[in-house]
Design a protein. Structure first.
Length: 386
C-alpha cells in the first residue's frame, strides 16, 4: 500500500527543485550572474529563495530517496527477491541515465550522485531503526563540519580577491556567454567536467550529507514518521531552529561582507534539513485533515523521473537555443516566472498523463531496463546454486 504523503512530497520536491535549478539551465557554467546595481526585485526573490527554496527541495528529495530504498527492500522481502541484487540493478541503471543527463543535457544532474550514495548505503538497510538514526546524525554532522571547512576556504579566497565576482554585462560575462551559447561541444565539455568533479570530489564534502539524509529517510519510513509527523513540541523546536538559521542566512545575503555568500550557502544547507522536515509535517497535517487539493502533487510524485528530465530538456532548448539572449537582461523575477510557468505546466501534464497511462515514460523505460538486469542476475545466481 502506497503512503500518500510520500507521493505528494516527491511531487512537491521534484517541482520545487526547479526554483533553484532554473538559474543554471541556461548557462550551467555561470548560473545567475548579478547586475552591477542589484534590482530591488532581486533582493526580494533572493529572500524568498532563502526562506522557502534554497536547498529545501533537494534535501527533501534526498530524504524521500532514502525512504524509497526502504520501501523497495520491503517489497523485495515480500516477493522473496534478493533485495541487494534488485536495488543494485535499479541504481546501476539510474547511474547510466544520470551520466547521459549530466554530460549531454544538464551538468547539475543529481541522479548519478544519488545512485552512487545509495549503492554505498544499501547494506545499512538492515540496521536496527535506532542505529539508522544514530548513523544518519553522525554522517550529517560530518557533512556539516566539512561544509564549514569549505566555506572558510571559499570565504578566504573571496576575501583575498582570488575569485572576483562576475557581473552582468562585464567583459568576463560576455566572453563566457558567447563561448557557451550555440556551442554544444563546449557545453558538453563543461558539463562533463562538472559532473566528473562532483562525483570524484563528493567523498570530501557532499557525499556525507546526501548519504546521511538518505539514512534519515530510511529511518523516517521505518519509524512511521511519514504517517504521524512531528509532535507539538518537536514542531516548535524545528520551527525555531529553521527560523534562526534562515534569519541568519538572510542577514548574510543582505550584508556587504565578501564572505556573505559563502556563509549563506552553509547556513542554507543546514536550515534546509529543518525546513524539509517541516514540509513533511505540513503535508501529513493537510492529508490528515482532508485537504484534498494537496493531492494534486501525487501525480508529479509518481512520475518524478520523467518530469526531472523534461525540465532539463525543455529549458535547455528554450534558454540555450530559442531565447539565449534572455540571459543578458533577465532578473531573478524573470527566472522565477519561468520556473513557476514550467511548474504549473508539469503539474497539469502529470495529472493528465497518469489518467491515460499507468506510469511515466521514463519510469517505464527504467523499470524495463532494471528488471531485465535483475532477471539476468537471478538466472546467474540460480546457475551457481545448481
Amino acid at each position: 500500500m502506497r503512503i500518500q504523503s510520500i507521493d505528494v512530497l516527491r511531487g512537491i520536491a521534484i517541482l520545487g527543485i526547479l526554483l533553484m535549478n532554473i538559474y543554471f539551465h541556461g548557462i550551467m557554467s555561470m548560473g545567475y550572474v548579478p547586475f552591477d546595481i542589484t534590482p530591488q526585485s532581486d533582493i526580494w526573490v533572493d529572500t524568498f529563495n532563502a526562506i522557502f527554496a534554497d536547498g529545501r527541495f533537494r534535501t527533501l528529495f534526498c530524504i524521500l530517496f532514502g525512504a524509497g530504498l526502504a520501501i523497495q527492500m520491503k517489497s523485495c522481502e515480500k516477493k522473496g527477491f534478493n533485495y541487494q541484487d534488485f536495488l543494485k540493478s535499479r541504481l546501476n541503471w539510474l547511474m547510466i541515465f544520470g551520466i547521459i543527463h549530466g554530460v549531454f543535457i544538464f551538468g547539475g544532474d543529481i541522479l548519478f550522485l544519488y545512485a552512487v550514495c545509495a549503492l554505498f548505503i544499501i547494506k545499512k538497510l538492515t540496521l536496527p531503526t535506532r542505529d539508522l538514526f544514530r548513523k544518519a546524525k553522525k554522517w550529517l554532522i560530518i557533512g556539516t563540519v566539512i561544509n564549514v571547512l569549505f566555506s572558510i576556504l571559499a570565504s578566504l579566497a573571496a576575501g583575498l580577491g582570488l575569485e572576483p565576482e562576475m557581473v552582468r554585462g562585464s567583459e568576463a560575462f560576455l566572453e563566457e556567454y558567447n563561448s557557451w551559447m550555440g556551442n554544444y561541444g563546449y557545453q558538453v565539455t563543461i558539463q562533463a567536467i562538472f559532473a566528473a568533479f562532483l562525483v570524484i570530489s563528493s567523498p570530501l564534502w557532499v557525499f556525507w550529507q546526501v548519504a546521511g539524509l538518505m539514512l534519515l529517510g530510511i529511518y523516517f519510513y521505518r519509524s512511521g514518521f511519514f504517517k504521524r509527523g512531528l509532535t507539538a513540541r518537536q514542531f516548535k523546536t524545528f520551527a525555531l531552529a529553521a527560523a534562526a538559521l534562515t534569519g541568519l542566512d538572510i542577514f548574510m545575503r543582505l550584508s556587504y561582507f565578501s564572505v556573505g555568500s559563502e556563509v549563506s550557502s552553509l547556513l542554507a544547507s543546514i536550515s534546509a534539513i529543518f525546513m524539509s522536515i517541516l514540509y513533511i509535517h505540513g503535508v501529513i497535517y493537510l492529508l490528515k485533515n482532508n485537504h484534498r487539493w494537496i493531492e494534486v502533487f501525487k501525480a508529479p510524485g509518481r512520475m518524478a523521473f520523467t518530469l526531472y528530465i523534461m525540465q532539463s530538456v525543455v529549458l535547455a532548448i528554450l534558454l540555450r537555443w530559442v531565447f539565449p539572449e534572455v540571459h543578458l537582461t533577465a532578473s531573478m523575477t524573470d527566472y522565477l516566472a519561468m520556473a513557476v510557468g514550467m511548474i504549473l505546466f508539469q503539474l497539469a501534464f502529470a495529472n493528465w498523463y497518469l489518467r491515460q497511462f499507468k506510469q511515466g515514460p521514463l519510469e517505464a523505460l527504467w523499470r524495463k531496463a532494471y528488471l531485465a538486469s535483475f532477471a539476468k542476475k537471478q538466472a546467474k545466481r540460480a546457475e551457481v546454486l545448481a
